[in-house]
Design a protein around this ligand. Structure first.
Ligand code: ZN
Ligand code: ZN
Length: 361
């Protein structure tokens, strides 16, 4: 290191400038690798040589499209219009075409585009992403396919109401069908995926795709539909197939007629389970030998379908003490060593916020 610094000082001494051009190739690549997507784009326009450097596939392992801003430059005294958004879409499309000339083997990918918005063509762009990069080594993906996060709020007003006489339900169904198609392609292309965050539709087709991701360790399944029927058989299939799954966060709103539907969860690998955003979903039995942290909440469905009266729900204290031998934490509460045998006051308080049994509700 000392020798390199001395050499750099010597080179710098003659011109007073940082001697980037004289650096060894490996150092140049390393420096370029610290640039964000936008800066890489600017760097590629500096000169022919830099342009060639920027075509190195190793510089394009992280494709986070959510980091690309609406404007490519900082603008002063500017009033945004629909043209800005239009230009943004063109820029994304150009960027993906640029990548398709490099075909990098990427490790991480993120996007947030509403794939049902055919007028804006996001689904086509995601298909373009598929041809532009290779997912064979992909480790982490954050795929928000239900909302275009960059879209300015004001542009919503001219969005669906005029263009879509069929209504939002029709759009939701179309989005869901497109997702199932996209996800099928995605799991085939990314067999080594370890971490995945996305809204999930819980359709049989998508679950069939999901369970092929045998290397997945961390999974976050956000809500898509307001009400989603969930079958115990499907839930079992997920845990039986995803043998490396250590962390699961899921949000599902089940259309539970009597307030809650009880599910059983059996997994040998799971260490962290968060179902606190679920509604109408409760856990009646667990067989989780390695679970350390469990997060839940009491969110019964209080809508017009809910019936008043007794909910015959097992007490979570009993469920967990029977089926979670290594549990250390319930929500934010660190469990005391004897929590199974003796339900102390503090634990009762926590249970009252998560358990719907006759004692705690
Ligand atoms: Zn603007
Ligand atoms: Zn209870």
């Amino acid at each position: 290191m000392g020798k390199i610094l001395a050499k750099l000082r010597e080179l710098q001494g003659t011109t007073g400038k940082f001697p980037f051009q004289n650096l060894p190739d490996v150092c140049k690549l390393k420096i370029f690798s610290y640039l964000g997507l936008i800066d890489k784009g600017f760097a590629a326009q500096v000169c022919y040589e830099w342009n060639q450097w920027l075509r190195s596939p190793s510089l394009w392992t992280d494709i986070d499209l959510t980091k690309l801003p609406l404007h490519s430059k900082r603008l002063r005294f500017h009033r945004c219009s629909s043209e800005c958004y239009e230009e943004y879409r063109v820029r994304i499309s150009k960027f993906l075409r640029y990548l398709s000339g490099i075909r990098p083997l990427i490790l991480r990918v993120s996007f947030a585009y509403d794939i049902a918005d055919y007028k804006e063509g996001w689904f086509d762009l995601i298909e373009l992403l598929f041809t532009a990069v290779r997912f064979g080594e992909l480790e982490a993906a954050n795929l928000n396919w239900k909302a275009t996060s960059i879209k300015p709020l004001w542009s919503d007003s001219f969005k669906w109401s005029v263009e879509e006489p069929q209504g939002t339900e029709y759009i939701e169904r179309r989005r869901q069908r497109l997702f199932a198609k996209f996800f099928e392609m995605f799991v085939c292309a990314a067999p080594k995926l370890k971490k995945l965050i996305m809204p999930f539709d819980w359709s049989t087709r998508s679950i069939t795709s999901l369970i092929t991701l045998g290397n997945i360790e961390t999974l976050t399944l956000e809500k898509y539909f307001a009400f989603q029927a969930l079958d115990q058989v499907m839930l079992d299939a997920i845990f039986q197939s995803l043998r490396c799954l250590r962390q699961l966060i899921m949000e599902i709103w089940t259309p539970s007629g009597n307030g809650l539907i009880g599910y059983q969860i059996r997994s040998e690998s799971l260490e962290f389970l968060d179902v606190s955003q679920c509604r109408g979903f409760c856990i009646s039995r667990v067989c989780l030998e390695n679970i350390r942290v469990f997060k839940a909440s009491k969110r019964t469905w209080k809508g017009p379908l809910a019936l008043k009266g007794d909910l015959s729900v097992s007490c979570l204290h009993q469920v967990l003490s029977e089926g979670a031998p290594r549990l250390e934490q319930l929500n934010d509460h660190i469990l005391q060593p004897h929590w199974r045998e003796h339900c102390y006051d503090e634990l009762h308080v926590v249970l009252r916020s998560v358990c719907s049994c006759n004692i705690h509700r």
